[in-house]
Write a protein that binds this ligand. Structure first.
Ligand SMILES: Nc1nc2c(ncn2[C@@H]2O[C@H](COP(=O)(O)OP(=O)(O)OP(=O)(O)O)[C@@H](O)[C@H]2O)c(=O)[nH]1
Ligand SMILES: [Mg+2]
Length: 343
């Protein structure tokens, strides 16, 4: 699962990337403008931590998400737009701190501008395709759909607000349209604004668009991320943060791409497995091993809270908290699952 960090020049993309990954990256004017930073990030998960405490396994494995800093520039050039097509979701880093020259931020404008630029990029692609299909008449259904999409985009509306049936979605999936991708706004505020309420205008702007918002100060988060892990929470707390904002951000991004976590436990490993929301048990089993999917008999499911509360799988079984589910069961976030299968 790949998430792309985008935004206008000097909005703090590389700093956010550094904060997320704990990697040392170049920031500042014109730094790494042509370089794309890629990093894999563990999704912090208190459920996994609690289960690991109970089982004391040899290994603890968190779900992972790949973040890419797609770079900046004044406008979004073609190279960046193309790179944006290849990620599963977008996070727009929005500057809400005065820049080095003391220039006041214009967060609402950055949000609106990125929307317009991505709408235009989609429109260009759709127009070209409509022209082709109108000429060769090879696919009237797709043509009809694309014409309706074109009209929607011409009304300056992103595709997030266009209702697509599952079948229609399949028809256009190959185009990787930018305004269809889930988008999270990362409002990068000044150090002095840490812990204050989100600007109501920004919140309204996000709500109107149906977007998620995370507020953080990337500079501070990067400082936190560069500390030894055991000091991070303490330092965050001293600044009035419950935890590094990075944790909230990563979880929000994880939910944005519509992933939920299936959990497995045992003396060898406690682990979170990312599965697409709405996955059937038999498919989720295949994430672990294709043999388990093939030989699937049943899934024994305990809610993680019950397992922590009762202290063992045996006690949960006695208390009637272990459910036996079949192939078509839909995996829920936080399910601790034990698969039974034929080899
Ligand atoms: N005060 C303050 N400055 C920040 C913050 N985040 C980033 N900066 C500064 O803003 C400048 C730009 O940050 P970058 O992370 O390089 O921004 P970018 O979006 O990657 O920039 P380009 O890649 O050049 O488009 C740097 O000088 C950062 O130190 C913040 O939270 N607070
Ligand atoms: Mg940068």
């Amino acid at each position: 699962m790949k998430i792309g960090l985008v935004g206008f020049a000097e909005s703090g993309k590389s700093t956010v990337f550094g904060a997320l990954t704990g990697l040392a990256v170049e920031t500042g004017y014109a730094a790494s403008r042509d370089k794309v930073n890629v990093g894999v990030v563990k999704v912090p998960d208190p459920r996994v931590d609690a289960l690991a405490e109970l089982y004391e396994p040899k290994k603890v494995t968190y779900a992972e998400v790949t973040f890419t800093d797609l770079g900046g520039g004044k406008g979004l050039d073609r190279k960046i737009l193309n790179a944006m097509r290849e990620v599963d979701a977008l996070c727009q880093v929005v500057r809400a701190f005065p820049d080095v020259a003391g220039e006041a931020p214009q967060p609402l404008r950055e949000i609106a501008d990125l929307e317009v630029e991505t709408i235009l990029a989609d429109l260009e692609l759709v127009e070209r395709r409509v022209e082709r299909l109108a000429k060769d008449r090879s696919n009237p259904r797709e043509l009809d759909l694309l014409q309706r999409i074109q009209a929607h985009l011409e009304g300056e509306r992103p595709l997030r607000s266009f209702d697509l049936s599952e079948e229609e979605n399949k028809l256009i999936a190959g185009y990787a349209l930018l305004t269809q991708k889930p988008l999270l706004l990362v409002i990068n505020v000044d150090e002095s604004s840490i812990g204050s309420e989100i600007d109501p205008e920004i919140e309204a702007s996000a709500r109107e668009r149906g977007l998620g918002v995370v507020v953080l100060s990337a500079q501070v988060e990067m400082d936190i991320a560069s500390m030894p892990e055991e000091d991070q929470v303490e330092f965050a707390t001293s600044l009035g943060l419950d935890e590094p904002a990075r944790n909230r951000f990563i979880r929000a991004a994880y939910e944005l791409i519509d992933l939920v976590s299936m959990l497995t436990v045992g003396p060898d490993e406690c682990r979170a497995w990312p599965v697409a929301r709405g996955s059937r048990a038999v498919r989720a089993a295949g994430k672990i091993h294709s043999d388990i999917e093939r030989g699937f008999i049943r899934a024994e499911v305990i809610d993680w809270k019950d397992l922590i509360g009762h202290g063992s799988e045996a006690k949960c079984r006695e208390a009637g908290l272990t459910r036996v589910e079949g192939k078509d069961y839909i995996i829920q976030d936080g399910d601790v699952v034990n698969f039974r299968f034929n080899v």
